[in-house]
Design a protein around this ligand. Sequence first.
Ligand SMILES: Cc1ncc(COP(=O)(O)O)c(C=O)c1O
Length: 290
Amino acid sequence: MITDIIDEIAPRAVNVASPYFIGHMTSTIPFFMVHLKAITAALNQNVIKMETSKVLSILEKQILAKMHRMIYKNKDTFYQAHVQNTQTALGVFTTGGTTANLTALWVARNKIFKPKDDFKSIEQDGIFKAMTTHNVKQVVVLVSERGHFSLKKAGGILGLGNENIIPVDVDHNRHIDLKKLTLLIEKYKKDHTKIAAIVGIAGATETGIIDPLPQLADICETYNIHFHVDAAWGGPVLLSEKHAHLLKGIERADSVTIDCHKQFYMPMTSIEILDEILDEQEAIFKDLYK
Ligand SMILES: Cc1ncc(COP(=O)(O)O)c(C=O)c1O
């Protein structure tokens, strides 16, 4: 069996270690990762609960906090209060960038439908009651036309409709066109349409382009819209002293997707989604992952 894998499958797999392989997101990984992965498989821990993983759950919270700190840089006192707090979720490991984006939009969708009359929440009452109670005829997500297709998939899964993940034109620099974005927001405001989220791209899949995150954060703040940053590809740039400034504004995001199996050189699959723990979001996260 093992010789079959070595003789038959390995030679036919993409050689990510080849000097001719121009890193298409997942490149070769440091060799020790292979051993670490084997140890992880041998331990086979289930971090869903303390009793099924013990120390691994504690380490998971520590790693999430480090990633959170890389983005939000809160004070020590914040991390002292939250890192191992069982009531706090500083982030969530998911199975991929796709599911991280899905999770972020899930939270964003749930946030826009507040309890009203006998409507409790969209999780409990469903999208039809949410929309009729709030007199909403459409829910959209706005992202530059360079947005990753996982966002459209999320739109379908979340019942928003993948056609409602609205691509916004890009400007001559291939950044989201802020003027067109603002015009769209104004149009939807008059039209019984809720904007669940605006997504800023921090490293477009094909071009590496980073949207103007501070301006997007300003717009989201002005219109009170969930600001998600898809940094699946570009997030680890934050570790670079020289280039971290390119992601300025990410610290104002309500949620961030980072793909550890891309520029963190972890083996497939390793992702996380981090959120700036607003009280409200924290409650939603807890609800989703209880
Ligand atoms: C910007 C961006 N977002 C999301 C994803 C989805 O990640 P995954 O393939 O891990 O589901 C990718 C992957 O290419 C990406 O480049």
